[in-house]
Design a protein around this ligand. Structure first.
Ligand code: COA
Length: 258
């Protein structure tokens, strides 16, 4: 189990806390493994009625740990051994309700995972972005369909292709979140909502979620995206983007032909 993920059950709510604040809660392969196991176990654990994602520090999550992407690009990590798909599949196929409390930065999978949550609360000043294209990558976690279904093609394309962040108020007005609140109130509000859900008839909640989401179709799209994402990780464009991040400079994609 990763030391950077904390798990605790309280009043029927499994609290999953990202606890790697010094790295903006970037998610490593061991963290993905722990997250996948926790979600999978929650499905059959009678003490868990609702799952809540939250984070320590000033970022919800800076997304996938870029050193893992760099390792795949360099050939030192086999993409087929990555644990990311286990987490994404567990999210896609979850039957129990999932709530999220988002404060600070949410980047990449820190945003796309919210599209699998059932109630989302964000800080007014949160900053949400999906800059896959900045890394010469493509959307994942079925976000290529789920984001545009949620907010419309024009907004979704701009978020993906330009990679610019939206704030929490905008995320709520677009329908990515249920509400935006002052940052100090977000976690308490999300926990209260999760506990409220935990008092509802769990069979009816799970059946409702199954009616509203086609987990099998979502998982199929995740697999399709993963194939393209994995190919892109090996591309010269992504190598340049990851090198630029490591060197703290802007990437230069002008040398790659159109
Ligand atoms: N993977 C690995 N490490 C990351 C990370 C990531 N996705 N995001 C942040 N970190 C690390 C930084 O390298 C830094 O580590 P260091 O202190 O050892 O140098 C630390 O977290 C703090 O990040 P820093 O960049 O100094 O903070 P910031 O407030 O200036 O910027 C971000 C925060 C999130 C905007 C910036 O770090 C960033 O762009 N990260 C990459 C996000 C990304 O592209 N994610 C993948 C999307 S698909």
């Amino acid at each position: 189990m990763s030391e950077h993920v904390r798990l605790a059950v309280e009043d029927g709510v499994l609290r999953i806390t990202f606890a790697r604040p010094d790295k903006k809660n970037a998610i490593t392969q061991p963290m993905y493994g722990t997250l996948a196991e926790a979600l999978t176990r929650a499905e059959t654990d009678p003490s868990v009625r609702v799952v809540l994602f939250e984070a320590e520090g000033d970022a919800f999550s800076a997304g996938n740990d870029l050193s893992d992407f760099a390792a795949v690009a360099a050939g030192t990590l086999d993409r087929h051994n990555m644990k990311t798909p286990l987490f994404l599949n567990a999210l896609a196929r979850a039957h129990k309700p999932i709530v999220a409390a988002v404060t600070g930065l949410a980047v990449g999978v820190g945003v796309t995972m919210l599209l699998h949550c059932d109630l989302v609360f964000v800080a007014d000043d949160a900053k949400l972005s999906v800059p896959f294209v900045n890394l010469a990558l493509v959307p994942e976690a079925a976000s290529s369909a789920l984001l545009q279904a949620r907010i419309g093609y024009a907004r979704a394309y701009a978020m993906f292709a330009l990679g610019e962040p939206i704030d929490g108020r905008t995320a709520a007005s677009f329908g990515i979140a249920n509400a935006s609140l002052p940052v100090g109130e977000v976690r308490a509000k999300a926990l209260a909502a999760a506990k409220q859900l935990a008092t509802r008839p769990t069979g009816a909640l799970q059946a409702t979620k199954q009616l509203m989401r086609d987990g099998t179709a979502i998982a199929a799209l995740i697999a399709k995206e993963s194939q393209i994402f994995g190919d892109r990780l090996k591309s010269p464009e992504t190598a340049e983007a990851l090198q630029a991040f490591a060197e703290r400079r802007a990437p230069d994609f002008s040398k790659f032909s159109g």
